[in-house]
Design a protein around this ligand. Sequence first.
Ligand code: CP
Length: 302
Amino acid sequence: MKNFISADQLSKEEIFNVLQRAEYYRLKNYKIKDQVFVANLFFEPSTRTKMSFTVAQKKLGLEVLDFHSESSSVLKGESLYDTVKTFEAIGANMLVIRHESDKWFKDLENKLSIPIINAGAGKAEHPTQCMLDLLTIYQEYASFKDLKVAIVGDIKHSRVAKSNMQALQKLGAEVYLCAAPGFEDDDLPGTYISMDEAVEICDVMMLLRIQHERHVHKTETSNYLDLYGLTRLRERKMKKHAIIMHPAPINRGVEIDSDLVECSKSRIFKQMANGVYIRMAIMMYLLEEWGIIREKNLEEYK
Ligand code: CP
């Protein structure tokens, strides 16, 4: 793995390698000794992903280059390609990129001498969110095999749904989809079930945000919670051990009853905490892979 672009590119071994490293960073302090520069290039809004990358970088002792697209030469018309080549030229050793295009990385792959990490690509992929979701599920169940996972909500506009579906199926989970009419995705083949069925059979209820900013027409949500969301009544029908996940930000009272966001079944804030360790693991994996820092034996991560 030279770049971290898609959940689909990861083998099972690579997924478990990253999970094992993340658990190591969660439990132990680790700082690199070399000077390594990293830039976070976010062309779409972000709170969790950008800030957890920043915390992960500071924990590892990386030098974080500050970049704000709204005050950069992007405003003068500079392309993503030229922006990225500029960071490479001035000495950045790794780039983290979020962009509205589903395929922003296509123009960059094989044209750079430094690794790139996909921090969100349009409606298509969010592989670091996927990895932190996998870590959260693994901490709960220690396996993915035959686990029943429902991905619920605005599937059509969700990059998280696509990345998680690919990875969970590869790991042997049974993945179900639940969506309101119009939120299904024809490009994502899967078994659609109702929300009422999902809460009764699933071990993981993975809720998704309604992505209003990607809708052509305004979506009416006044009765969405009762019809398609996780209400308190539905939560009471979940299996005793089942967990609730959501990548956030959350439309409280729409996808999920606001009182359930911090209920005992919710792992939503744990997901965010895991985001720091998983991003430390992904960055270290790539820095070692490229020889930017010394490669550690995987045994050292135990
Ligand atoms: N989950 C997620 O990607 O959140 P942000 O958009 O705040 O980064």
